[in-house]
Design a protein around this ligand. Structure first.
Ligand SMILES: Cc1cc2nc3c(=O)[nH]c(=O)nc-3n(C[C@H](O)[C@H](O)[C@H](O)COP(=O)(O)OP(=O)(O)OC[C@H]3O[C@@H](n4cnc5c(N)ncnc54)[C@H](O)[C@@H]3O)c2cc1C
Length: 444
């Protein structure tokens, strides 16, 4: 069995440590932050996330899906809020039982770390920040302590391999970038940032909007969404341009904030008593897509989750994809027990095109959510999608269904959706042509 040094105990780090622990590998997991059970966790990340089929499958393999889902709130569709406060509900699937799950990041993170800790061969070390990785020696340099004591000398941690599960701004990936002659790297930022805001629970602890829905206020070039929390609150996220005449940058005074929210989200404002404080105090996050290759170096280093492929959050799939990485890496290690380099290479080959496809899908879905969900045409297309899915079970699957409710690889789902769309388009064109021909025939 091998000794793995894992860097980052975020969502994927904890889960991967549990997978490796189950294999009997020796695992040391180093996290720069303090123990989440001491109350320090989020640090600028979203408070809640949508967990769906791929993520649930990864949790099921370790028998922790039920433990996680008991804290989840099912969301059965999108609740669209127009500017007049009118609501339109669009179910996610033709099958009313299919739903995504709103889940708290902190609770999920704690659960996966606890799952890893059940294996005596897994050790988790908090307040350990990786500053550099020696790729050939599979050694991570670690700065220990909290903010005040970070002057300590660096401590090396050596294993048979180092796995970077340290998120979008990965130090392990940075070492690969600096030290490998051939390492492709691309990062692209959206012009939009995000800010989290809160709708608190009602006086009796109840939800002040429909609980079992993902709420969207689509406003063409920007939008706000809200996901329910178990305590009766909603976490809202405003996705808005950083710069421009109406943007985070141009909204400076309390009046500016009020004016913008009153104009754009009047039905939400009345539910947000702490809007001003939230707006001023909560950070504005950026939205990045990161693509890199290769995700491994010999049998010594590999990358998992956002460290390998950060995507924008509009398909609700970043964590789900990171969890799917853990399943695939575990499968590859099992398939090639005596050849870790081959296992890493296979894992990269199986995941890379899917991660790239997801990155594109996630950007496309931003346009769909912020703009198209408001239109009648979009709602008609969704109804057509669902009608075709019901009429042609197993043959026609809407893209959203394939991505969210199946484990069809992302690249295959995207390709299949393009084929389906072109058949529908050809079919509709043909039907219109026949109607026109018949009309001409009868009129003439
Ligand atoms: C606003 C927003 C909403 C989102 N919503 C969803 C959603 O609904 N559904 C979904 O599936 N995904 C969603 N995502 C994406 C999801 O958050 C990420 O894909 C997921 O967190 C990736 O997990 P990870 O473990 O790879 O990285 P992370 O969760 O970022 O964990 C990385 C860990 O590494 C640690 N670390 C970093 N650097 C070092 C270092 N040098 N040394 C030691 N430790 C280090 C960090 O402290 C952190 O704990 C969303 C993202 C955002 C920004």
């Amino acid at each position: 069995m091998a000794k793995f040094i894992l860097i980052g105990s975020g969502l994927a780090g904890g889960l991967l440590a549990a997978y490796l622990g189950r294999r009997g590998d020796d695992v040391d997991l180093y996290e720069r932050r303090a123990d989440p059970r001491e109350g320090n966790i989020i640090g600028g990340r979203s408070i809640n996330l949508a967990l769906s089929t791929r993520g649930i499958h990864a949790l099921e393999q370790l028998d922790i899906a039920d433990e996680v889902l008991q804290h989840a709130i099912p969301m059965r569709g999108r609740m669209i809020h127009d500017k007049s406060g009118n609501l339109h509900f669009a179910p996610y699937d033709v099958d009313p039982n299919k739903h995504i799950n709103s889940i708290g990041r902190a609770a999920l993170n704690t659960t996966v770390i606890e799952a890893a800790r059940r294996y005596p061969n897994v050790r988790v070390h908090f307040n350990n920040r990786c500053t550099d990785v020696d790729l050939t020696e599979a050694t991570a340099q670690l700065e220990t302590g909290n903010g005040q004591t970070r002057k300590d000398p660096l401590i090396p941690a050596q294993g048979d391999a180092v796995i970077g599960v340290d998120g979008a701004f990965s130090a392990v990936r940075q070492s690969m970038q600096e030290k490998l002659q051939k390492f492709d790297y691309d990062e692209s930022y959206l012009a939009h940032g995000y800010k989290e805001l809160t709708i608190p629970p009602g006086p009796d602890g109840s939800w002040r909007m429909e609980k079992n829905a993902l709420h969207i206020w689509p406003r063409k070039s920007f939008m706000m969404i809200a996901l329910p929390n178990p305590d009766g609150s909603f976490t809202c996220t405003l996705f808005w341009e950083f710069e421009g005449p109406r943007s985070f940058a141009s909204t400076k005074t309390d009046d500016d904030v009020h004016r913008f929210f009153d104009e754009e989200f009047p039905d939400a404002v009345s539910l947000m008593p702490a809007l001003l404080e939230d707006f001023k105090n909560n950070p504005t996050g950026s939205l990045v897509t990161i693509r890199c290759a290769p995700w491994y170096y010999k049998d010594k280093v590999t990358l998992v989750g956002d460290a390998a492929h950060a995507v924008v959050p509009f398909y609700g799939q970043g964590m789900n994809a990171a969890f799917e990485d853990c399943v695939v890496l575990d499968e590859c290690l099992a398939e090639f027990p005596d050849n870790r380099e081959r296992a890493f290479a296979e894992y990269f080959a199986r995941r890379k095109e899917n991660a790239d496809a997801l990155a594109d899908l996630a950007i496309d879905n931003f346009i769909e959510m912020r703009d198209k969900t408001a239109s009648k045409t979009f709602r008609a297309k969704k109804k057509l999608d669902h009608a075709l899915e019901a009429a042609l079970p197993g043959i026609y699957l809407p893209l959203y269904t394939m991505v969210t409710f199946t484990r069809i690889p992302y690249a295959e789902a995207a390709q299949r959706a393009r084929r389906q769309d072109s058949i529908i388009y050809t079919g509709l064109t043909l039907v219109s042509a026949i109607i026109v021909a018949l009309l001409i025939h009868f009129i003439a």
